[in-house]
Design a protein around this ligand. Sequence first.
Ligand code: GUN
Length: 278
Amino acid sequence: MAVLIDGKKISTEIKEELKEQVKKYKEQGKEITLAVIQVGNDPASSVYVRNKKKACEYIGINSLAYELEESTTEEELLKLIGELNGRDDVNGILVQLPLPAHINEDKIIETIDSKKDVDGFHPMSVGALSIGRKGFVSCTPAGIIQLLKRSNIDIAGKECVVVGRSNIVGKPMAMLLLRENGTVTIAHSKTKNLKEVTKRADILVAAVGKPKFITADYVKEGAVVIDVGIHRNEDNKLCGDVDFDSVVDKVSAITPVPGGVGPMTIAMLMYNCVNSVM
Ligand code: GUN
Protein backbone atom coordinates (compact mmCIF):
# COMPACT_ATOMS: atom_id res chain seq x y z
CA MET A 1 0.00 0.00 0.00
CA ALA A 2 1.39 3.37 -1.00
CA VAL A 3 2.23 6.01 1.58
CA LEU A 4 0.04 9.09 1.13
CA ILE A 5 2.21 12.20 1.27
CA ASP A 6 0.15 14.58 3.39
CA GLY A 7 0.63 18.10 2.04
CA LYS A 8 -1.94 19.53 4.39
CA LYS A 9 -0.02 18.27 7.45
CA ILE A 10 3.43 19.22 6.12
CA SER A 11 2.27 22.70 5.04
CA THR A 12 0.81 23.24 8.52
CA GLU A 13 4.14 22.23 10.11
CA ILE A 14 5.95 24.76 7.93
CA LYS A 15 3.44 27.51 8.70
CA GLU A 16 3.80 26.83 12.44
CA GLU A 17 7.60 27.11 12.15
CA LEU A 18 7.26 30.38 10.21
CA LYS A 19 4.78 31.76 12.74
CA GLU A 20 7.38 31.22 15.49
CA GLN A 21 10.06 32.90 13.39
CA VAL A 22 7.80 35.89 12.70
CA LYS A 23 7.08 36.18 16.42
CA LYS A 24 10.84 36.39 17.09
CA TYR A 25 11.24 39.02 14.37
CA LYS A 26 8.45 41.08 15.92
CA GLU A 27 10.22 40.93 19.29
CA GLN A 28 13.23 42.45 17.53
CA GLY A 29 10.96 45.14 16.08
CA LYS A 30 10.99 43.64 12.55
CA GLU A 31 7.72 43.54 10.60
CA ILE A 32 7.16 41.69 7.35
CA THR A 33 4.84 43.08 4.68
CA LEU A 34 3.69 41.45 1.46
CA ALA A 35 1.99 43.49 -1.27
CA VAL A 36 -0.46 41.41 -3.32
CA ILE A 37 -1.68 42.84 -6.62
CA GLN A 38 -4.60 41.43 -8.59
CA VAL A 39 -5.70 42.95 -11.88
CA GLY A 40 -9.28 42.12 -12.87
CA ASN A 41 -11.43 39.57 -11.09
CA ASP A 42 -10.71 36.15 -12.49
CA PRO A 43 -12.55 33.89 -9.99
CA ALA A 44 -9.68 31.38 -9.58
CA SER A 45 -7.20 34.23 -8.99
CA SER A 46 -9.54 35.75 -6.41
CA VAL A 47 -9.57 32.46 -4.47
CA TYR A 48 -5.75 32.21 -4.55
CA VAL A 49 -5.33 35.84 -3.51
CA ARG A 50 -7.80 35.43 -0.64
CA ASN A 51 -5.93 32.33 0.58
CA LYS A 52 -2.59 34.15 0.37
CA LYS A 53 -3.96 37.01 2.50
CA LYS A 54 -5.39 34.52 5.02
CA ALA A 55 -2.02 32.75 5.29
CA CYS A 56 -0.28 36.10 5.91
CA GLU A 57 -2.72 36.88 8.69
CA TYR A 58 -2.21 33.45 10.27
CA ILE A 59 1.57 33.75 10.26
CA GLY A 60 1.68 37.38 11.37
CA ILE A 61 2.75 38.96 8.08
CA ASN A 62 1.10 42.25 7.07
CA SER A 63 -0.55 42.16 3.67
CA LEU A 64 -1.34 45.10 1.42
CA ALA A 65 -4.04 44.25 -1.10
CA TYR A 66 -4.26 46.05 -4.44
CA GLU A 67 -7.38 45.01 -6.34
CA LEU A 68 -7.13 46.81 -9.65
CA GLU A 69 -9.69 47.13 -12.44
CA GLU A 70 -9.38 44.83 -15.47
CA SER A 71 -8.89 48.03 -17.53
CA THR A 72 -5.74 49.03 -15.58
CA THR A 73 -3.01 49.95 -18.06
CA GLU A 74 0.47 48.44 -18.13
CA GLU A 75 1.85 51.89 -17.29
CA GLU A 76 -0.34 52.21 -14.21
CA LEU A 77 0.71 48.77 -12.99
CA LEU A 78 4.40 49.52 -13.64
CA LYS A 79 4.02 52.77 -11.68
CA LEU A 80 2.52 50.93 -8.69
CA ILE A 81 5.31 48.34 -8.75
CA GLY A 82 7.85 51.16 -8.90
CA GLU A 83 6.34 52.71 -5.80
CA LEU A 84 6.30 49.40 -3.93
CA ASN A 85 9.91 48.70 -4.98
CA GLY A 86 10.87 51.99 -3.34
CA ARG A 87 9.07 51.40 -0.05
CA ASP A 88 11.33 50.16 2.77
CA ASP A 89 8.30 48.83 4.63
CA VAL A 90 7.36 46.43 1.79
CA ASN A 91 9.39 43.21 1.75
CA GLY A 92 7.60 41.20 -0.91
CA ILE A 93 5.64 42.02 -4.07
CA LEU A 94 3.37 39.48 -5.73
CA VAL A 95 1.44 40.14 -8.93
CA GLN A 96 -1.16 37.43 -9.39
CA LEU A 97 -1.01 35.78 -12.81
CA PRO A 98 -2.48 35.55 -15.38
CA LEU A 99 -2.69 39.25 -16.20
CA PRO A 100 -5.17 40.67 -18.74
CA ALA A 101 -3.96 40.26 -22.35
CA HIS A 102 -3.11 43.95 -22.80
CA ILE A 103 -0.41 43.75 -20.09
CA ASN A 104 2.99 42.22 -20.83
CA GLU A 105 3.60 39.71 -18.04
CA ASP A 106 7.34 39.44 -18.66
CA LYS A 107 7.75 43.19 -18.39
CA ILE A 108 5.80 43.25 -15.11
CA ILE A 109 7.82 40.40 -13.60
CA GLU A 110 11.10 42.02 -14.61
CA THR A 111 10.08 45.32 -13.03
CA ILE A 112 9.61 43.80 -9.57
CA ASP A 113 12.77 44.36 -7.51
CA SER A 114 14.40 40.90 -7.44
CA LYS A 115 14.99 41.37 -3.68
CA LYS A 116 11.18 41.49 -3.29
CA ASP A 117 10.37 38.75 -5.83
CA VAL A 118 8.72 36.30 -3.41
CA ASP A 119 7.20 34.36 -6.33
CA GLY A 120 10.70 33.58 -7.63
CA PHE A 121 9.71 34.46 -11.21
CA HIS A 122 12.22 37.28 -11.89
CA PRO A 123 15.02 36.37 -14.34
CA MET A 124 17.53 37.17 -11.55
CA SER A 125 15.84 34.63 -9.25
CA VAL A 126 15.66 32.03 -12.02
CA GLY A 127 19.32 32.65 -12.93
CA ALA A 128 20.41 32.38 -9.29
CA LEU A 129 18.64 29.02 -9.00
CA SER A 130 20.30 27.70 -12.14
CA ILE A 131 23.82 28.58 -10.98
CA GLY A 132 23.33 27.56 -7.36
CA ARG A 133 23.21 31.04 -5.80
CA LYS A 134 20.87 32.18 -3.07
CA GLY A 135 17.57 33.64 -4.24
CA PHE A 136 13.83 33.20 -4.17
CA VAL A 137 12.61 29.89 -5.56
CA SER A 138 9.25 29.35 -7.27
CA CYS A 139 6.86 28.19 -4.56
CA THR A 140 5.31 25.01 -6.00
CA PRO A 141 8.58 23.24 -6.86
CA ALA A 142 10.13 24.44 -3.58
CA GLY A 143 7.12 22.93 -1.81
CA ILE A 144 7.62 19.61 -3.59
CA ILE A 145 11.22 19.41 -2.32
CA GLN A 146 9.88 19.98 1.20
CA LEU A 147 7.27 17.23 0.72
CA LEU A 148 10.02 14.79 -0.29
CA LYS A 149 12.48 15.80 2.43
CA ARG A 150 9.93 15.82 5.20
CA SER A 151 8.69 12.39 4.08
CA ASN A 152 12.30 11.09 4.30
CA ILE A 153 12.45 10.36 0.57
CA ASP A 154 16.06 10.58 -0.65
CA ILE A 155 16.64 12.44 -3.89
CA ALA A 156 20.42 12.02 -4.31
CA GLY A 157 21.27 9.54 -7.06
CA LYS A 158 17.61 8.89 -7.91
CA GLU A 159 16.18 8.92 -11.43
CA CYS A 160 13.86 11.94 -11.38
CA VAL A 161 11.51 12.61 -14.28
CA VAL A 162 9.57 15.86 -14.50
CA VAL A 163 6.75 15.89 -17.03
CA GLY A 164 6.15 19.52 -18.02
CA ARG A 165 8.53 22.38 -18.78
CA SER A 166 6.74 25.52 -17.58
CA ASN A 167 8.75 28.39 -16.12
CA ILE A 168 6.76 28.21 -12.88
CA VAL A 169 6.91 24.46 -12.20
CA GLY A 170 8.72 22.15 -14.64
CA LYS A 171 11.99 24.02 -15.19
CA PRO A 172 12.59 25.15 -11.58
CA MET A 173 11.54 21.67 -10.39
CA ALA A 174 14.26 20.11 -12.54
CA MET A 175 16.83 22.61 -11.21
CA LEU A 176 15.90 21.86 -7.59
CA LEU A 177 16.04 18.09 -8.07
CA LEU A 178 19.44 18.55 -9.70
CA ARG A 179 20.58 20.70 -6.77
CA GLU A 180 19.59 17.75 -4.52
CA ASN A 181 21.80 15.50 -6.68
CA GLY A 182 19.02 13.72 -8.53
CA THR A 183 19.56 12.47 -12.08
CA VAL A 184 17.01 14.60 -13.86
CA THR A 185 15.05 14.26 -17.09
CA ILE A 186 12.51 16.80 -18.30
CA ALA A 187 9.82 15.31 -20.51
CA HIS A 188 7.18 17.32 -22.35
CA SER A 189 4.53 17.22 -25.04
CA LYS A 190 7.09 16.54 -27.81
CA THR A 191 8.89 13.76 -25.93
CA LYS A 192 8.94 10.50 -27.87
CA ASN A 193 8.04 7.28 -26.07
CA LEU A 194 6.92 9.20 -22.98
CA LYS A 195 5.88 6.02 -21.13
CA GLU A 196 9.38 4.59 -21.50
CA VAL A 197 10.84 7.78 -20.07
CA THR A 198 8.45 8.08 -17.14
CA LYS A 199 8.85 4.38 -16.32
CA ARG A 200 12.52 5.02 -15.53
CA ALA A 201 11.57 7.39 -12.73
CA ASP A 202 12.20 6.65 -9.08
CA ILE A 203 10.60 10.06 -8.50
CA LEU A 204 8.01 11.17 -11.05
CA VAL A 205 6.69 14.74 -10.97
CA ALA A 206 3.57 15.17 -13.10
CA ALA A 207 2.98 18.77 -14.19
CA VAL A 208 1.28 17.96 -17.47
CA GLY A 209 -1.89 20.01 -17.15
CA LYS A 210 -4.15 17.17 -18.31
CA PRO A 211 -6.56 15.41 -15.94
CA LYS A 212 -5.66 11.79 -15.01
CA PHE A 213 -3.05 11.66 -17.79
CA ILE A 214 -0.55 9.52 -15.85
CA THR A 215 -1.93 5.99 -15.53
CA ALA A 216 -0.32 2.80 -14.16
CA ASP A 217 1.46 2.07 -17.44
CA TYR A 218 3.50 5.31 -17.05
CA VAL A 219 4.97 4.41 -13.65
CA LYS A 220 7.55 2.00 -12.36
CA GLU A 221 6.70 -0.35 -9.51
CA GLY A 222 7.61 1.34 -6.22
CA ALA A 223 8.08 4.85 -7.67
CA VAL A 224 7.29 8.05 -5.76
CA VAL A 225 4.66 10.06 -7.64
CA ILE A 226 4.11 13.79 -7.13
CA ASP A 227 0.97 15.21 -8.74
CA VAL A 228 1.04 18.94 -9.48
CA GLY A 229 -2.25 19.04 -11.43
CA ILE A 230 -5.58 20.27 -10.17
CA HIS A 231 -8.70 19.85 -12.29
CA ARG A 232 -12.41 19.28 -11.90
CA ASN A 233 -13.63 15.98 -13.37
CA GLU A 234 -17.05 15.19 -14.94
CA ASP A 235 -18.64 14.92 -11.46
CA ASN A 236 -17.18 18.30 -10.41
CA LYS A 237 -14.73 16.51 -8.10
CA LEU A 238 -11.09 17.58 -7.89
CA CYS A 239 -8.51 15.38 -9.58
CA GLY A 240 -4.87 15.70 -10.60
CA ASP A 241 -2.67 14.94 -13.60
CA VAL A 242 -2.30 11.43 -12.19
CA ASP A 243 -5.02 8.79 -12.33
CA PHE A 244 -4.73 8.12 -8.61
CA ASP A 245 -6.84 4.94 -8.50
CA SER A 246 -4.90 3.45 -11.39
CA VAL A 247 -1.40 4.02 -9.90
CA VAL A 248 -1.93 3.89 -6.12
CA ASP A 249 -1.33 0.14 -5.78
CA LYS A 250 1.80 0.23 -7.90
CA VAL A 251 3.74 3.08 -6.25
CA SER A 252 5.51 3.44 -2.89
CA ALA A 253 4.32 6.98 -2.17
CA ILE A 254 1.98 9.46 -3.82
CA THR A 255 0.51 12.92 -3.23
CA PRO A 256 -3.29 13.06 -3.23
CA VAL A 257 -5.34 15.79 -4.97
CA PRO A 258 -6.53 17.74 -3.10
CA GLY A 259 -4.25 17.80 -0.04
CA GLY A 260 -0.89 17.06 -1.67
CA VAL A 261 1.11 19.69 -3.55
CA GLY A 262 -1.63 22.37 -3.42
CA PRO A 263 -1.28 23.49 0.22
CA MET A 264 2.51 23.61 -0.10
CA THR A 265 2.53 26.48 -2.60
CA ILE A 266 1.18 29.05 -0.15
CA ALA A 267 3.32 27.67 2.70
CA MET A 268 6.42 28.25 0.56
CA LEU A 269 5.22 31.73 -0.43
CA MET A 270 5.10 32.45 3.30
CA TYR A 271 8.59 30.94 3.62
CA ASN A 272 9.85 33.30 0.91
CA CYS A 273 8.22 36.29 2.63
CA VAL A 274 9.73 35.44 6.01
CA ASN A 275 13.12 34.96 4.39
CA SER A 276 12.86 38.26 2.54
CA VAL A 277 13.77 40.27 5.65
CA MET A 278 17.35 39.07 6.04
N1 GUN B 1 -0.98 32.17 -10.82
C1 GUN B 1 -0.98 30.83 -10.67
N2 GUN B 1 -0.01 30.46 -9.80
C2 GUN B 1 0.61 31.59 -9.41
C3 GUN B 1 1.69 31.86 -8.51
O1 GUN B 1 2.29 30.99 -7.90
N3 GUN B 1 2.02 33.18 -8.37
C4 GUN B 1 1.37 34.17 -9.03
N4 GUN B 1 1.79 35.40 -8.84
N5 GUN B 1 0.38 33.95 -9.87
C5 GUN B 1 -0.01 32.67 -10.05
